[in-house]
Write a protein that binds this ligand. Structure first.
Ligand SMILES: [Zn+2]
Length: 124
């Protein structure tokens, strides 16, 4: 079942609000990661060494999260591009229509479930 213009508008709205939320989060996380490094530099002395390990771990975790968000953000931007050129909702591998239920759960999905499974099995 092909998507209607109404569906396109609907998913566009969802994607835009997700994008907005992600950007807000990313800015916040970036600030926090940078601030933590500065705090560490300022308080770096031998008595703090034990604590530093934990802080570094947290910082890496934040940056990892940031990377993940960057990835999602790119997928969302690509989905918005696909809405603009009317190829949204079509599997990038087999060119079949991605079920609307899947798009509702993950509007930036690029592949249908069978293709996603294949890709995961292939490990790339
Ligand atoms: Zn497919």
């Amino acid at each position: 079942m092909a998507l209607t213009k109404k569906d396109f508008d609907h998913f566009k709205k969802i994607l835009l609000s997700k994008r907005h939320a992600l950007l807000g989060d990313a800015v916040h996380l970036e600030d926090e990661a940078v601030r933590k490094s500065k705090d560490e530099a300022a308080t770096m002395d031998i008595t703090n060494f034990a604590d530093l390990g934990t802080d570094n771990y947290e910082q890496e975790f934040d940056l990892g999260l940031l990377e993940h968000q960057g990835e999602t953000l790119r997928e969302i931007d690509e989905a918005l591009d696909r809405i603009a050129n009317k190829s949204f909702g079509v599997c990038g591998t087999c060119s079949k229509q991605i079920p609307k239920g899947r798009l509702s759960a993950k509007p930036h999905a690029r592949l249908c479930i069978p293709c996603l499974d294949e890709q995961e099995k292939a490990g790339c």
